[in-house]
Design a protein around this ligand. Sequence first.
Ligand SMILES: Cc1cc2nc3c(=O)[nH]c(=O)nc-3n(C[C@H](O)[C@H](O)[C@H](O)COP(=O)(O)O)c2cc1C
Length: 307
Amino acid sequence: MLSLETRLGRAVFRNPVFGASGCTGHGYELAGYTDLSRFGAVSLKTFTPAPRAGNPPERIAEVPAGVLNSIGLQNPGKDAFFAQTMPRVLAALERDQIVVSVGGDTIEDYVALCRETEARFGGRIAALELNAACPNVSHGAGFYSRDPQAARELVQAVREAVVLPVFLKFNTNFPNYLEVAAAVEAAGADALYTTNTPLGMKIDLHRRRPALGNGRGPICGPAIRPIGVLRTWELYEAVRLPIIASGGIRTWEDAVEYLLAGACAVGVGSAQFVQPDAASDILSGLERYAAAEGLECLTPLVGAAHP
Ligand SMILES: Cc1cc2nc3c(=O)[nH]c(=O)nc-3n(C[C@H](O)[C@H](O)[C@H](O)COP(=O)(O)O)c2cc1C
């Protein structure tokens, strides 16, 4: 009997196909388009202590094999998130599917948000995700992706403050990302959540100006998948922490490729902009593949491409 149950540190999920933060809304927005119970988890859109308007429009530009975005962590801030967003999330998703993504400028910001999230919703959510991946803000989040010491202090401080499982989402697009990963492991994170979005630009030929209001923005989508697979491969060899990988996953074959490279779970991001039920479809493909291979779980696939 096939079980896709996925353990990431102390957190257990029904399956390894997650909706990635910022591309899945808060889950409930997709209720009319997909069966929400199929998500292994939804990483909610990152929220921050105070409301953020984000970067100036345009904030999305299509490019070959992907999309540039420069949202800039737009969100309503913690008070509206707790009062208005969370009740709707709790009504739409089960406890084991809810991963709350937290952003901030300082370690104190992250600690305070995680503490308050746990105090209010601790028994009703699965895990906390620290967004240290956003390249669209000039300070704060991205900083913890490039400085091993800062990443270690961030995770340690949050681990001491809460009992919920803690994931660190970081950007592997920096030369020292393996050092950052080792620091995060030493600090006691439950899992590493990766993205590898490099910055890009598109020029609007009619206006003769950059298409994005912010000029530049990270590239998401299939264009970055081979890079993500390599980073996953290298992380698998460097750390023992479970890896949740995002970067260009559109099909179940893409998900299997990431598992074979070493991921335990995958985050489906911008694929949902063109196919809102992409995660469910990917899960169906994984189920069929596992059955055809005679597998009872996906564990034998994780890292199986390594010699
Ligand atoms: C429009 C947009 C908004 C995003 N917002 C967030 C966010 O708030 N927090 C976060 O951790 N990642 C955010 N991301 C990154 C995605 O979660 C994901 O890691 C990235 O898009 C790579 O996956 P993909 O290639 O499948 O899109 C965002 C991505 C896009 C395209």
